[in-house]
Design a protein around this ligand. Structure first.
Ligand code: NAD
Ligand code: WQD
Length: 337
């Protein structure tokens, strides 16, 4: 296939581009570089020895995107583009709704205009809020207990895509609900490069280990979990990338929704210990009060994706920490742009 990756210069997009190219697909990247750099795409080109056409455009701008994609051929789309910082979404709700919703609306219209009828969408486990049953499966109610505008944009985008498919029955769409993506390509050449202070646990730990930050703030140790810290399902980004390829290769008219997670829960302190072991560096931490909106435990039941996509995770949290350390230690300032 020839796949357009919106937001393809970002963390998950670059790893997915690499796996797609290795599996013999072609990719085109569209990005506005609001949270990434062209250097990331150049590194994927080097790793795979394939050229990647790179289009700079704001997907939320219909006219700019239409003009930028003129004459560019693709037969399917993986839609990663969007803003993803939970705290920032609370402070800037209109920006988050505009960028994340408009991007999807523009993309769906352009796909229909051009007869491109295969779409994979980056959704999030955040749509489950604080589910009653963990591990959570796709039957659990979504949209109840979502605590921030970012999460609402994922929930709303899922509904927009379902409605678009009802009106355009040829469309095949897969909504992938990611749990907590971590790690990097084992080469250490590509990885997660957050701007400013990382919001997420793993990049924060990595910056403490490399000496960029003094200590980790552990958000609460009185949750009803084995060690009192929050439990999450950390999925290696290479496993996640492979999940996209599996979804794309099986896409058929209709809408399917899958959890992409490992099914294994790890606490904040498990993650600290795994990173210390992988890096050989200490990760000092201090327990602080819980972060607003956090849930005690969120772990995937990935059985549906295991069965229907014939996909499963094969990499452990320890491996994710080793690969993340390879990236962080070789690129302490990320892509440096
Ligand atoms: P990322 O920020 O690294 O990648 C997103 C990319 O989209 C960036 O390269 C950014 O420059 C680009 N972008 C943003 N707005 C754009 C616009 N208007 N037009 C064109 N490009 C635009 O994030 P990521 O971690 O790779 O996440 C990819 C997708 O997966 C996002 O939709 C995110 O919400 C979703 N997701 C991420 C996580 C996670 O923890 N990383 C979890 C669940 C879902
Ligand atoms: C993981 C655990 C924190 C930072 C978020 C989004 C979700 C999805 C993935 C996009 C929790 C604890 C964290 C720190 C800590 N993204 N923690 N100190 O909150 O599970 O999910 O990213 O869709 O939508 O909400 O991930 O990495 O922020 O936190 O103690 O400095 O680490 O309390 O238990 P989260 P996270």
């Amino acid at each position: 296939m020839r796949v357009l990756l919106t937001g393809g210069a970002g963390y998950i997009g670059t790893h997915t581009a690499l796996v797609l190219l290795e599996r013999g697909h072609e990719v085109v990247v569209l990005d506005d570089f609001s949270n990434s750099s062209a250097e990331a795409v150049r590194r994927v080109e080097q790793l795979t020895d394939h050229a990647i056409p790179l289009i700079e455009a704001d997907l939320a701008d219909r006219y700019e995107t239409r003009a930028a994609l003129e004459g560019v051929e693709f037969d399917s789309v993986i839609h990663f583009a969007g803003l993803k910082a939970v705290g920032e979404s609370v402070a800037q709700p209109t920006r988050y709704y505009r960028v994340n919703i408009d991007s999807t609306l523009v993309l769906l219209d352009l796909m229909q205009e051009r007869g491109v009828d295969k779409l994979v969408f980056s959704s999030s486990a955040t749509v489950y809020g604080d589910p009653d049953i963990v591990p959570v499966n796709e039957q659990a109610p979504a949209g109840i207990g979502v605590t921030n505008p970012y999460g609402w944009t994922k929930f709303m985008n899922e509904q927009i895509i379902r409605d678009a498919q009802t009106a355009w029955p040829e469309l095949g769409a897969v909504l992938l609900r990611y749990f907590n993506p971590v790690g990097a390509h084992p080469s250490g050449k590509i990885g997660e490069d957050p701007l400013g202070i990382p919001n997420n646990l793993m990049p924060f730990i990595a910056q403490v280990a490399v000496g960029k930050r003094e200590k980790l703030a552990v958000f609460g140790d009185s949750y009803p979990t084995p060690d009192g810290t929050g439990v999450r399902d950390y999925i290696h980004v290479m496993d996640l990338a492979e999940g996209h390829v599996a979804a794309l290769e099986r896409i058929a008219a209709g809408v399917k929704t899958y959890n992409l997670g490992s099914g294994v829960g790890s606490s904040v302190l498990d993650a600290v210990r795994a990173f210390e072991a992988a890096s050989g560096r200490p990760v000092p931490y201090e327990v602080v009060p819980p972060r607003a909106g956090d849930v005690a435990e969120l772990v995937a039941d990935p059985a549906l994706a295991n069965r229907e996509l014939e996909w499963q995770t094969t990499r452990s949290l320890a491996e994710a920490c080793t690969d993340s350390w390879a990236w962080q230690s070789a690129n302490p300032d990320g892509y440096g742009e």
